[in-house]
Design a binder for this molecule. Structure first.
Ligand code: IPM
Ligand code: MG
Length: 368
């Protein structure tokens, strides 16, 4: 139980990124101490700050150092300052480059409603919401063939087509099999329900997802598999959120549904995520929310999503489940004690409204 040491690549990013990652590092150090775990943090640039310094969002050295680490902890990238940049050098390209460059094909986005924050959910009487969204992260329309061209063709109503732009949704059996198999495994370790979300009534690629899932299902007789069209799923998530366990879906549907599921849990400021690749390769851990440039430097940022991402890093990335449990328990205790950053305050007078530092401090003291 002693002397374990991990190399963590740290990308603080833009906006509130540096503040919330700072909080997570303090929490990691404190929890690590309890279990004889030490960390070597290697700070790297990506996103807007890298554009400012190097003229590109993902310097080669950043990607290489991330690949050589045990795990990557990321804050958030982007901001209005870079919104007008050429699409090929926008801060978001750093995320996409890290995902594809590190082979992070599996994105775990848990949407957990903390009972203490139930009143912050815009959905009434949700019940106990605890959903794990497993989003495919390196395929589909995000990475498919794309292009644009000019067309003089005339539409039926006489309109000239003009500029045409296209993006392609393409999935291989192999890409589907590895993510769906993982999702079955996660479901097996949870409430044993897996929902595959697709648009199989329209899309051929979705029909391939279904047939691969049906092929895998007999190996998991203990897991109940069902299928939902994405439009129906968007509705059911609001109507019966507590009935979902694990959802597995494509890159784009997962992007959209994870924001929706996040909203149901009350605050995007609470949601962590993990992006994982082949076993034995480093994963990347980051909050789901963005860089919130409007509140950067004001002390209003909620550090809990990043702190919970650090817990996911310990659990899923480093195999340090006990230290992860300790951090998650400390977050629950902090919420029980009534501490709230403004984004998760409900107005109840028992709440104690705190800034980023005080919130971090109370998690640190709950760790003990
Ligand atoms: C996310 C974000 C990214 C995505 C953007 C910033 C490229 O929305 O991680 O969900 O679409 O994947
Ligand atoms: Mg998104």
């Amino acid at each position: 139980m002693s002397g374990r040491s991990y190399k963590i690549a740290v990308i603080k990013g833009d906006g509130i990124g540096p503040e919330i990652v700072g909080s997570a590092i303090e929490v990691l150090l404190k929890a690590g101490e309890k279990f004889g775990i030490s960390f070597e943090f290697n700070e790297l640039l990506a996103g807007g700050c890298a554009i400012d310094k190097y003229g590109l969002p993902l310097p080669e050295e950043t990607l290489a150092s991330c690949k050589a680490s045990d795990a990557v902890l990321l804050g958030a990238v982007g901001g209005p300052k870079w919104d007008t940049a050429d699409p090929s050098i926008r801060p978001e390209r750093a995320l996409l480059g890290l995902r594809s460059g590190m082979g992070l094909y599996s994105n775990l986005r848990p949407a957990l409603l903390f009972p203490q924050l139930a009143s912050a959910s815009p959905v009434k009487d949700t019940g106990a919401v605890d959903i794990l969204i497993v989003r495919e992260l390196t395929g589909g329309i995000y990475f498919g063939e794309n292009g644009s061209y000019k067309s003089d063709d005339i539409l039926a109503d006489g309109t000239v087509k003009g500029e045409v732009a296209y993006d392609t949704e393409a999935y291989s059996e192999g890409e589907i099999r590895r993510i769906v198999t993982q999702a079955f495994e996660y479901a097996r370790g949870r409430r044993k329900k897996l929902t595959l979300v697709d648009k199989a009534n329209v899309l051929r690629s979705s029909r391939l997802w279904r047939s691969v899932a049906k092929e895998i299902a007999p190996s998991y007789p203990d897991v109940a598999l069902d299928f939902l069209y994405v439009d129906n799923c968007a509705m059911q998530l609001i109507g019966r959120p507590a009935s979902f366990d694990v959802i597995v879906t494509s890159n784009m549907f997962g992007d959209i549904l994870s924001d929706e599921a996040g909203m149901i849990t009350g605050s995007i400021g609470m949601l962590p995520s993990a992006s994982m690749g082949a076993p034995g390769t480093p994963g990347m851990f980051e909050p789901i929310h963005g860089s919130a440039p409007d509140i950067a430097g004001t002390g209003k940022a909620n550090p809990l999503a990043t702190i919970l991402s650090a817990a996911m890093m310990l659990r899923w990335g480093l195999g340090e489940a006990e230290a992860a449990d300790l951090i998650e328990e400390a977050v629950r205790k902090t919420l029980d004690a009534g501490y709230r950053t403004p984004d998760i305050a409900s107005g109840d007078e028992s709440e104690i409204i705190v800034d980023t530092n005080k919130m971090t401090g109370s998690v640190l003291s709950a760790i003990g």
